[in-house]
Structure formats: C-alpha cells, structure tokens
Design a protein around this ligand. Structure first.
Ligand SMILES: *[C@@H]1O[C@H](CO)[C@@H](O)[C@H](O)[C@H]1NC(C)=O
Length: 381
C-alpha cells in the first residue's frame, strides 16, 4: 500500500509518541552516569497499588510505567495516638508524631497533642535493584506513600512521577524518597509535594552514586514547622560515602534543610533554582563537602545556614573558580543572587574527590534560572 505523505507523517508521529511513552528519556549526568534501571525489560503497567508494590519489590529487572494515580491513603488504616506540638498548635504549624520517641527524647517541653495519621505514609514502598519507574505525561502519581531504596538496592531510575500527600500535617508523617545503603540511583523530573518529613532523604549508610536532576521540590504547605507555609524538611544528605549530583532542580517554598549535608557526603550542586525560601537553603554540617556552582537564589534570605561547619566552595568569581579546572576539567560557574543573602566559601581542600568521577556540566546561573522553571518536575519530558 502506498501511504499518502500526511498519513505517513501521522504514523511516524504516533510511533514516536508510543516509544517515548514507555522508556526512560535521556541519561543521567554526573555521579550516577551509566545507570540503566530496568534496561530493556518489557514495560509493565500496574493496575493496582498492590501490583505496583509487587513490581517494585520483586527480584526481576523491570520497567514500570505509571499512567494514573496510585492512592495508598487508607490502605493500611489510620492511627490515632499522642504526639507533640513543638511549634505550637496554631493552624499553620506542623505537629509531630512521637515516632522513634522523637517527642519524648527531643521535645520534652513541648505540649502534647493528639495526632491522627494515615498509616501508609509512614514507610515507603520498597524498591529493589534494576528498576525503572516512569510516568507518562503528567499522569504518574503516587499518593500517600513514598519510595524506599535500602539495603543494597542499586541501579534504579525514577523519572517523571509525582509523590504527594504523606501526612503533611505531621513531622514523621513520611518521606517521599528514602535512600540508605544504595548505589547508582537517578531521580529525574520527579515532583514531591505535601510531605510530612523529608522530600528526599539519604540516610546515614552509604548511598554511593546518586544523581537528582530536573526535579521539583515543592515545599508549599498549610502545615509547617516554621508555621509560615514553607516546609522545613527538604533534602537530607547525610550518608557515610555519598556522591550526590544535584542538578537543574527547582527547590521552592522551603524554610530549611534544602539541603542539609553531613556524614561524608560530596555534593555537587549545579544549576539549581532556589526560590522563595523563608529560611536557609544549605545546611553544611561537619563532614559535608559542597561545591555549589551556577545556582540561582531568588528570595532566599540565607543561601546557607551559619555557622558553616562543613567544607564549602561557593564559586565566588572567575579567578577563584579557575581552581576547579584541575579536578573537574573546567572552571566553575558563579552563582547568582536576587533579593537573597550571601553564599560564601572558598574551600578547595576536597576537590581531589572529584578525580576520576563523572561530573555534571554547568551553565551560568542566569541561563539556568530560565531553564529550570520550564524544565523541572513532572510532565516536562
Ligand atoms: C541487576 O542487574 C545486573 C546486570 O544485569 C545483575 O548483575 C545483578 O545481579 C542484578 N541485581 C539484582 C539484585 O537482581
């Protein structure tokens, strides 16, 4: 049969759509470069929350495609118990579940309060090795439960999904994405919103090579530890041997820990857009090694919490930034600031750790600003 040109074009377009809908788009840059996830496994389309849990937690390499909302709220019941109100009981304030005896041990003087939370939010879905979890368009949503990569999980790609609504009223209500004892994980074009505890947490075990790119950390909330509509518990990187590339992310309406860095973490933060913070972006604790370049801070009163205990290179100017060339193979890019405080730091003593690693490229901060908002989060690929 002879195809008319317009029919042939439509057929090509349809094929291109179906191909892009079922595969990982692009490839990881930076430390997790080379991650393959589920590779060429035949895509599966979980029909229920139980099937999603099963595909993520089995021992087969899988490409798992989400094209609807998986609502876990109610699937494990609700719990009513006592908690505490360290920041008061005002309607804009988060209160805390007494999980891990946190209230008892760390907030002994806080008033006690009753908390009622959704049990599914507390612990994320276990994700094993060799998985790609991808969404179609902006339809792939996981509601009421996060993802948990632990105990040796490796080679995982999470792309173009939205994780939301994990007991946002409550500290300890749930973490969106947990890594603790992993290697080669790529989180890309993911949106997180309305989370109880951390949006992304790399725990104290070694999480090794991680790239978090083009993602939207949306801290807007009605329940905040700072009682001001901005979520305090953003990104938490405290692993014992972690190499984290944080590139092209849109991190907004947070009030702290965006990110908190400690343990023995080498963080390359490049071309991120930090917007509308009410507190600090970086918290650099003892052991942190942070190279920040090409980022934009807009309406961020404290790009870094002071005093800074960790090591920080803040790419201040062209002559100082030439120091990057020896270990990154190029000069670093300056950061940009609008209505924001300062980010100061010229510590290069940790640069040798970049040797032999895959290192993300950088554009100037001004370019990143426009690109990041248009590109970061779900539904942009
Ligand atoms: C993941 O895939 C790699 C490469 O095919 C394989 O060597 C490894 O055993 C897989 N891991 C698991 C836990 O199945």
């Amino acid at each position: 049969m002879q195809l008319t040109p317009s029919f042939a074009l439509a057929a090509v377009a349809a094929l291109a759509n179906s191909v892009s809908a079922v595969g990982v788009v692009g490839a990881a840059e930076g430390f997790a470069k080379g991650v393959t996830g589920g590779g060429s496994a035949t895509p599966v389309y979980p029909s229920t929350t139980a099937e999603l849990v099963s595909y993520l937690g089995d021992d087969s390499p899988r490409v798992i495609v989400l094209q609807k909302t998986y609502d876990f709220t109610g699937t494990e019941g609700t719990v009513t118990t006592s908690g505490c109100a360290p920041w008061g009981t005002g309607s804009a304030c988060q209160t805390a579940i007494n999980l891990h005896d946190w209230c008892t041990n760390y907030q002994p003087n806080a008033p006690t309060t009753t908390v009622k939370y959704d049990a599914a939010g507390i612990l994320g879905i276990q994700v094993k090795s060799n998985k790609s979890l991808i969404g179609v368009g902006s339809s792939g949503v996981i509601k009421g439960k996060g993802l948990r990569l632990v105990s040796g999980a490796s080679n995982v790609i999470i792309q173009n999904i939205h994780i939301t609504n994990l007991n946002p009223q409550y500290v300890w209500g749930g973490d969106a994405i947990t890594l603790d004892g992993t290697d080669m994980v790529w989180i890309d074009h993911v949106k997180t919103s309305l989370i109880g505890r951390q949006h992304i947490v790399l725990g104290n075990s070694a999480s090794n090579r991680v790239t978090i790119s083009n993602s939207e950390i949306d801290g807007s909330t009605s329940w905040s530890a700072t009682c001001d509509g901005h979520h305090y518990w953003g990104l938490y990187f405290t692993g014992s041997s972690d190499l984290v590339t944080l590139k092209g992310n849109y991190i907004h309406h947070t009030s702290g820990r965006s990110p908190k860095v400690a343990g023995n973490t080498l963080l390359h933060a490049v071309n991120n857009y930090f917007y509308a913070s009410s507190g600090h972006a970086f918290e650099a604790d003892s052991g942190a090694m942070i190279l920040a370049e090409g980022n934009v801070f807009q309406n961020v009163p404290a790009p870094v919490e002071t005093p800074v205990s960790g090591k920080l290179f803040a790419s201040p100017d062209a002559s100082t930034n030439a120091a990057c060339s020896t270990y990154l193979g190029r000069a670093c890019q300056v950061n940009a600031f609008g209505s924001s405080g300062a980010l100061a730091g010229t510590d290069t003593s940790f640069f040798s750790y970049f040797s032999g690693k895959n290192i993300a490229s950088a554009t100037t901060g001004q370019v990143a600003n426009a690109n990041v908002v248009a590109n970061a989060g779900i539904g942009k690929i």
